[in-house]
Structures are given as C-alpha cells and as structure tokens.
Design a protein around this ligand. Sequence first.
Ligand code: ADP
Ligand code: DP6
Ligand code: CO
Length: 364
Amino acid sequence: MADESQKWVLMVTAQTPTNIAVIKYWGKRDEKLILPVNDSISVTLDPAHLCTTTTVSVSPTFDQDRMWLNGEEISISGGRFQSCLREIRSRATDVDDKEKGIKITKKDWEKLHVHISSYNNFPTAAGLASSAAGFACLVFALGKLMNVKEDHSQLSAIARQGSGSACRSLYGGFVKWIMGKDDKGTDSLAVQLADEKHWDELVIVIAVVSSRQKETSSTTGMRDTVETSLLLQHRAKEVVPKRILKMEEAIKNRDFASFAQLTCTDSNQFHAVCLDTCPPIFYMNDTSHRQAPIISLVEKWNRAEGTPQVAYTFDAGPNAVLIARNRETAALLIQKLLFCFPPNSDADLNSFVLGDKSILKDAG
Ligand code: ADP
Ligand code: DP6
Ligand code: CO
C-alpha cells in the first residue's frame, strides 16, 4: 500500500438505472439471503431519467465505513449493506494505479475503509425501485474500486443481498431474476433476456402521483404477505411460472398485445395479493381517486382500439408506470393524461418522466 502518511484518495463513480418489474417479485423464501418465492422479469429504464449515481472512495485516512444518501449520512450497520460490503471485499484484488502512484494489495483491502456517497435523481422509497438502482450501483461501484473480476451475473447475486430487485438493474434491456434452487443462493441471479436494442420502439412514461415515502416498505410488506396470504402461495406456485414463460415469448417476438395483457394482469394480481395480506396493504388505495382513472383510461382505450396500445404497472407505491407500444402512442397517452389531470387542478399528477429511449444500457 502507498505510504499511509500520503493522504491519497482513490475514487470511482458509477451510474445505474432503476428497473420496473413486469412480472413482480413479492415474497422471500429466505429473508437473510434474499431468495424469492418466484422468478421475476423487468425492464431497465433510461438512466437519464431515473438513476442512482454513487461515488465510492478509499483512503488510509478513513477510520470507518460511512455512507451518505441524498446528502444525509445514513447508518450502514444493517445486514444488507454489510453483506454487500463483505461479499465485494472478499473478492477484492490488487490495484496498481500508476498515474496516482497508488498500490493496494488484496490484503490491504481487509483493513481499508470506504466512504460512499449516493444520489437518486428520482423519489427515494416511493415505489419507483430506488432500492434496486441504489444497491446495484453500490455493488457495481465497489466492485470497480476493489478491482473485482466477477461478471455481471455474479455481481447481481451480491446486489440481490442488498435488495432483491437490485439484481435486475445490473443489466439493461429485459432482465429475468431466476429464483434458483440452492439454499445458499448461488444460483439466484439475474440474466439478460434481450438487450436494450431488441424492442426500442417501446416508450415508458412514469406518472409520478406522489413522491412521498411509502408507509409500508417493500421488505415489511412482502414479509407480512408471506406470513398471511394464501393467494400468494397460489400465485407463486401456479400462476407465475406459466406467466414467466409467456412473458419470455412475448418479449422474444415483440408481441405487444401479449406483453401488455401479462404486464397489467400481473400488476393487478400483485396488488390483490397485497390486499389478501393481514393487515391488508393498500399501495394503490390512498391515491385511488387519482389512480383509478389511469387504469380505466388505459383499459378503455385498449378495448376501443381492439388491441392494446399501452400497458400499466404499479409497484409498491402509487406511481404509474405506463409502457406505450411506440412514440406516437406515447404522445397520445400524454395528451390523454394531461386532459384527465389538467396542470394546477386538484386532481394533479406531480410530473411525468418520459423514458425516450426507454430501455438502456448495463450498469455503470
Ligand atoms: P423503493 O420502492 O424506492 O425501492 P424500498 O422500500 O424498496 O423502496 O427501499 C427503500 C430503501 O432503499 C431506502 O430506505 C434505502 O435503504 C435504500 N436505498 C434507496 N436508495 C439508495 C441508494 N442510492 N443507495 C443505497 N441504498 C438505497
Ligand atoms: C413491488 O426489492 O424493494 O417492486 O428485496 O426487500 O429490498 P427487498 O424488496 P424490493 O421489492 C420490490 C418489489 C416490487 C416488485 C419488483 O421489483 O419485482
Ligand atoms: Co425497493
């Protein structure tokens, strides 16, 4: 290691987009390792609109690992942050930065501490998958800093231990999280089904209904569901396995009718499972007077056209993610949304985020 009296700092910055599940992950079979009860499939969004930017730095002057999220220091003593740090550290290799004259050996990494600073350019903990972009970015950035040689799939299994949905943000395009069979979780990881160019006419419009932090975090919500919902057992064992196969076919064939039908049905069943939880979870209900029009607007439009134009999906929060079949449809959709939710009226939507190129690149 370079002389400790030298006040050097080595720094890496990474940027990772969020992802939105079209077949949802909801329920764990192992809380600590974050192993899910079913496979899930997602679309990775455009990092220009919804992404996390994380800078990780290391210096012999740092006396403990510390993290700042959106400018405020947060505790990282919890199991999830510690798992990610431990797993990446154990895979660290020698770093030789000739330009800065810094040499760090594998052994040095055991003693050195890191500082992490992360920003989300979209609402945190509001049902737009900040935990997904956040932990994927953290693992990717730490991996780069510590010269970890693992591929994206292996990194995804580490990000999974930060937040389940994070494993899918290591890849762009359409991504599947394979639930895996192994008790240790080595085979529970993400694979890319199709890259960002495969279906690039899709446009994703996010209607931000509320950027407030949700009352029930995804982690707590799905724990209660696993403990109390019989519907979840049926969903995980009977419904999702078949739906995953159909969704993979729809994506491969760019079959929008099937893609939209599966996406909307799965979102609705996920919220039904939340309602079947004791006590029931209402991720959509507290803004239902604003949201219901979005669902019925899309349902009516799709029926009138005879074939789906737009798919909707809602995560664990009130914000609508709308996937339009092409740019023309997206423009019409925005017109319709503006008509239903005129700016400065009571029934307002806060804002729209338009994913122009909709499906973008891999993490980093
Ligand atoms: P969301 O719907 O936004 O994913 P969750 O309840 O799943 O909400 O997760 C929110 C939590 O994710 C935050 O409380 C925080 O612990 C973590 N998180 C959010 N953003 C980041 C980030 N940039 N880096 C690390 N962790 C993050
Ligand atoms: C509704 O990945 O946030 O967004 O693993 O406990 O961190 P933890 O939960 P998280 O749950 C995401 C749930 C979802 C659906 C999905 O992204 O598949
Ligand atoms: Co989350």
